[in-house]
Structures are given as structure tokens and as C-alpha cells.
Design a protein. Structure first.
Lengths: 141, 433
């Protein structure tokens, strides 16, 4: 249920992002989802990739500071109210979300989220018939 | 105008005699009352009786900033605390500041030399002097203040900062003399322009600027924007504070008040005297100080001395404007800063790599400090909030240690240059040379 997200420290300067994507492309690592959180002088690049452990060592070799962070990947039907239902389950259980990023296409929506309590969130979501992706669902690509 | 006709215009012989008499008394005072000096002199095999005149100065030991720190806070004072009426201190990490003390006579001496500086700049009782140097432990504010009061000018003790109010009072009080750091003078000029005003809206005519290095280019800019004559003042708290030397309106070097502070230039590498006049590290011996007399204090400032009489009529030794130093000390907004102070703070913060780069630039004529530190994997976390509070923590620790505002910026690991030799950890973009 737990997905390893890659977090990379980036200075805000042009070209840095493409050095990351280039290194991953060279190693045949697929990026399933990606977002950048920005502060004034730096950013954190967050990615869900096909092989997080390999991606980490590839990026470390290039001199990047990299962390693997545990997140959940929720999938819901692409209909009005679906995301609300999932989030409502979490908030009713007193859980909160540090950050999330999402994308919807055709019949499905995918949500990467980092709750404050990972284990409890998994329990609560599954108990309410929500669907969480497995690492293998992403890594197979 | 010459404040002290006699002392400032003595013949070379008379000056030599006076300096020699005073040096003998000063050496005896130091030897009798300051144990660390007695030990230093004994180690060199020198006794007060060996000093016959000012030319014997090279026999005496040097004093450095480390001597002051090693004897922190009052170990080099030559009088009991009951005779000390004031202390000042320079910035430094906790417990390592350099502390200086003054007796009542020392304060009077300081006021006298400051009055000479102001008179030499053409200031009189008819003037209103706005003292925009910081007041407090820093000697700038109170030094100018006492001198201007002693001279009989009207003093506006506004201290540093609060630019808007500076301009308002400058206009309302018809201030004629401004005393501050040269970078702050330029900042005031900018603020004046931004307020839609010009030099025609103020009555300033003279500026006494010091406490940091500045160039001829800055002088021209200040003069044209504020419509004043800008003069350079030099001093250091160890010797007395501002007023050790100052330009007269001839602007051909700074007149050293050498009947009180005797200057030498030495080779900073070997410590040997440079042929009487010439370029080298400036060294001062106080001749009349009571509370904290210092022998051959190494300023680390590089300059050149000129013994020829000035067109203004003064016969005192003149020194050239100091622009360079023989150590790595930086002067930021008038505050002394050693890179080692930054390192000391960084070592106390767990997880911080010892790699840093200090960048100094001038934005809107004010010095700005930025410290770049590497976000290695020990420091890096997935949370923006945590990273930002980490930089705030470093910033606060630094600001309380160095007494200066600083920005802290996280950079990628290994992005700061490593080198076998001395890494270039300080990048000064102010172009002062």
C-alpha cells in the first residue's frame, strides 16, 4: 500500500529540473507522477517513479540530495464527489494531509497524498472501500 | 579652522620631544600597572628605562586583537575599575568581543581629538551635527557626539537607521553636518531622491564619514548627490574610537593626532619597521591613554604615512585612506566581521556541513550579507516548512553572534567549491579596491 516517493532538493535555477529528468531517462526509469513544491530560493521535486531505489542511487551519484518518502496513491472513479468522499473519510477520522497532487483522465483519477499518519490512513481508507495502488502497479511500467 | 593651534602645528623637533616624553611616561604606566605587558617586556628583556625617545619604539612588543581577547574583559586595563567611567565593546562571538575602557581623562582626550577632526572639516559652533552613527557599545555614535558637543556645535543624536526621520529632521533642524558611514550617506541620498527631494531641499554642507572602507568614486557620488564636502575619518575602538585621524578640507590624507596616538607602518609579514614613511600595516602606540594604554597595536589596516606638512598648516603625520587589510576581517555596515565567527556558529548547529560561502554585496548602497550553506541529505527533508525553519534557526544564531542581519540560503550538496588550499569562502562584490 505504501508507495516510495522520491524527494529531491533543487535550487531555483534554470536547467536543474532537466538534469534530473535526463538522468532518469538514461537509466530507463519511468516517471508516473511529479510535482514541484517551491520556497523562495529552492524547491522540492517530488516524483513517483517505476524504480525509486535505482532512481535514488542514480540521482545521488549526480550529487543531488535525495530522500525516499512514504506516500499513498489513491485511485477513484473520475466522477464528481469521488475525491470529496475519500478526503471526508480521512478528515472524519481526524487525519490531515501534508500535501497531495492529483490527475484525472478518462475513467480514473489518481491522487498521491502524504497524510500525517500513514498507517491509520490506510486502515481508514480501506475500511471505507477506497482503492490504494500497490508499488507493483507503478513499477511494472 | 585649527582647534588646537599649538599641538597641531608644532615643529618637528618639538613634536619629537613631546612624543618622546609622553612615550616614556606611557611605557612606565603600562609596565607598572598591566601585568601581561610587563611579562611581554620582560620576555624581550626590555625595561622602561631602555626607552629614551620615540625612536626606541621598535624595541617594544606588539599588541594584537588576540591580546585583548585573551585578557577579556578588563585584563589589559591599567587602572582600577573605580576609575573607569565608560566601556565600549566591538562585536564578536560571545565572550570574544574586544572590550575597551575609558577614564574621565580618556573621554576628555577623545572629545579633544574629535573636536580637532570636526574643526578641520570646517565645523564650528554655528553648525548642527546630525550623528547618524549607531549609539551604544559601538564607539561611532558617542565618539562623534562628545566631540561635536566639546566643539560647541548643536548635536542631533539621532543614531543610525530610521531613514525617513533622518531626512525630516535634517530639513526641520537645518542640519549642516552629517556623520555616519559612507554607505548610509548614499542610502540617505537615495531616500532623498525617492521622496522627490534634492540637495537643494537640505542645508547639509559637510559629511564626516568612516567606520568602513570607501572609494573615491563613492566620495564623488555622495558629494554630488548631497551637495556637500565628504571627509574621511579613521579610528578604532582599541586606540580610542573615531578621531584617531581625519581629513582636513585639503583632502590630502588623514591627519593623525600623533601627539596622542603615534603611528608606525610595518611589514605585516616580518613585523619589521618600514623605512619611517612608506606603505605597510598601520601600528599605533597610545601616548596619553590612562585606562587602556596600548603599545604598538597592530591595526591590520594597510596604509602609507606622509610626514610632510600639509597646506592647511598642520604639521601632524598624515596617513592615506585605508582600503585594504592584512587579515581577513570584513567591515560590514561599520561592524567588524571575521569569517571565523561564522564558522564558530555553524559548528554548533548539528547536521550542518562545514561548507559555506559568504557573499557580500551592496544593494541600494547598503551592505547585504548572504550565507550559502549546503543542503546535504542530513539537512534535507521532504518538508518545505522544516527546511525553512532550519534556515531561520541558522539565521537567528548568526545574527545574535555577529550583530548583523544576514540571509541564509540553502544550496545543493557539493555545489560549493572545495579546494586543497584556502577555499574561497568569502565573495566580496562591493568592489572597494
Amino acid at each position: 500500500m505504501i508507495i516510495k516517493q522520491l524527494s529531491v532538493f533543487l535550487e531555483n535555477r534554470s536547467g536543474r529540473l532537466t538534469e534530473v529528468t535526463g538522468a532518469l531517462a538514461e537509466s530507463q526509469i519511468n516517471i508516473a507522477a511529479q510535482c514541484v513544491a517551491e520556497a523562495s530560493d529552492f524547491g522540492i521535486l517530488r516524483m513517483i517513479v517505476s524504480d525509486p531505489t535505482l532512481a535514488r542511487s542514480v540521482l545521488r551519484d549526480k550529487g543531488f540530495a535525495v530522500h525516499l518518502t512514504d506516500v499513498l496513491c489513491l485511485t477513484t472513479p473520475n466522477v464528481p464527489g469521488a475525491l470529496h468522499n475519500a478526503l471526508h473519510v480521512l478528515s472524519k477520522a481526524g487525519l490531515s494531509i501534508d500535501y497531495m497532487y492529483a490527475f484525472a483522465i478518462q475513467d480514473h483519477a489518481f491522487v498521491a497524498l502524504r497524510p500525517n499518519d500513514l498507517e491509520k490512513s490506510i486502515q481508514v481508507l480501506l475500511a471505507h472501500d477506497q482503492t490504494l495502488l500497490q508499488a507493483a502497479d507503478i513499477g511494472s511500467g | 579652522m585649527i582647534w588646537n593651534e599649538h599641538q597641531e602645528r608644532m615643529s618637528a623637533d618639538e613634536r619629537h620631544q613631546l612624543q618622546s616624553d609622553r612615550l616614556r611616561a606611557q611605557v612606565k604606566h603600562v609596565y607598572d600597572h598591566v601585568l601581561p605587558y610587563r611579562a611581554k617586556m620582560n620576555a624581550l628583556g626590555v625595561e622602561p628605562g631602555d626607552i629614551r625617545n620615540i625612536d626606541d619604539l621598535p624595541c617594544l612588543p606588539f599588541t594584537t586583537k588576540d591580546d585583548l581577547r585573551d585578557n577579556y574583559p578588563f585584563g589589559l586595563f591599567a587602572v582600577p575599575q573605580s576609575e573607569i567611567v565608560r566601556v565600549h565593546a566591538s562585536s564578536g562571538t560571545t565572550g570574544r568581543a574586544t572590550v575597551v575602557g575609558y577614564t574621565r581623562a580618556d573621554i576628555e582626550l577623545w572629545s579633544e581629538v574629535m573636536a580637532r577632526c570636526l574643526a578641520g572639516a570646517g565645523v564650528s559652533t554655528a553648525d548642527t551635527v546630525q550623528v547618524a552613527y549607531g549609539y551604544g557599545l559601538f564607539t561611532g555614535g558617542l565618539g562623534l557626539h562628545y566631540g561635536a558637543e566639546h566643539l560647541g556645535a548643536t548635536v542631533v543624536p539621532i543614531s543610525g537607521g530610521n531613514t525617513r526621520r533622518q531626512i525630516q529632521l535634517m530639513r526641520d533642524f537645518e542640519t549642516t553636518v552629517l556623520a555616519c558611514t559612507p554607505s548610509y550617506a548614499l542610502h540617505l541620498a537615495d531616500a532623498l531622491r525617492e521622496a522627490g527631494l534634492s540637495k537643494d531641499d537640505i542645508k547639509l554642507r559637510v559629511g564626516i564619514f568612516g567606520a568602513e572602507p570607501w572609494t573615491e568614486g563613492m566620495r564623488q557620488k555622495i558629494e554630488s548627490e548631497l551637495g556637500i564636502m565628504a571627509l574621511d575619518i579613521y579610528g578604532l575602538s582599541e586606540i580610542v574610537g573615531p578621531g584617531v585621524a581625519c581629513e582636513c578640507t585639503e583632502r590630502k590624507g588623514l591627519h593623525v593626532h600623533d601627539d596622542h596616538f603615534y603611528p608606525e607602518v610595518i611589514d605585516p609579514q616580518t613585523g619589521s619597521s618600514v623605512q619611517s614613511v612608506g606603505r605597510g600595516e598601520l601600528v599605533f602606540t597610545t601616548l596619553t591613554k590612562v585606562g587602556l594604554p596600548l603599545l604598538r597595536y597592530r591595526t591590520r589596516d594597510l596604509t602609507e604615512l606622509d610626514a610632510t606638512p600639509c597646506a592647511c598648516g598642520r604639521t601632524t603625520m598624515r596617513m592615506r585612506k585605508c582600503l585594504a587589510r592584512s587579515d581577513d576581517m570584513l567591515i560590514i555596515r561599520g561592524v567588524n566581521l571575521f569569517p571565523s565567527q561564522i564558522e564558530a556558529v555553524m559548528l554548533e548547529i548539528p547536521g550542518l556541513a562545514p561548507h559555506y560561502r559568504l557573499i557580500i554585496d551592496r544593494v541600494s548602497n547598503l551592505d547585504r550579507l548572504t550565507l550559502e550553506v549546503e543542503a546535504d541529505e542530513q539537512v534535507f527533508s521532504d518538508s518545505i516548512g522544516q527546511l525553512e525553519s532550519f534556515t531561520v534557526r541558522i539565521r537567528r544564531a548568526l545574527e545574535s553572534a555577529i550583530g548583523l542581519g544576514i540571509e541564509v540560503k540553502l544550496v545543493e550538496p557539493r555545489s560549493i567549491e572545495r579546494s586543497e588550499g584556502k577555499a574561497k569562502r568569502v565573495i566580496d562584490k562591493r568592489h572597494l579596491q
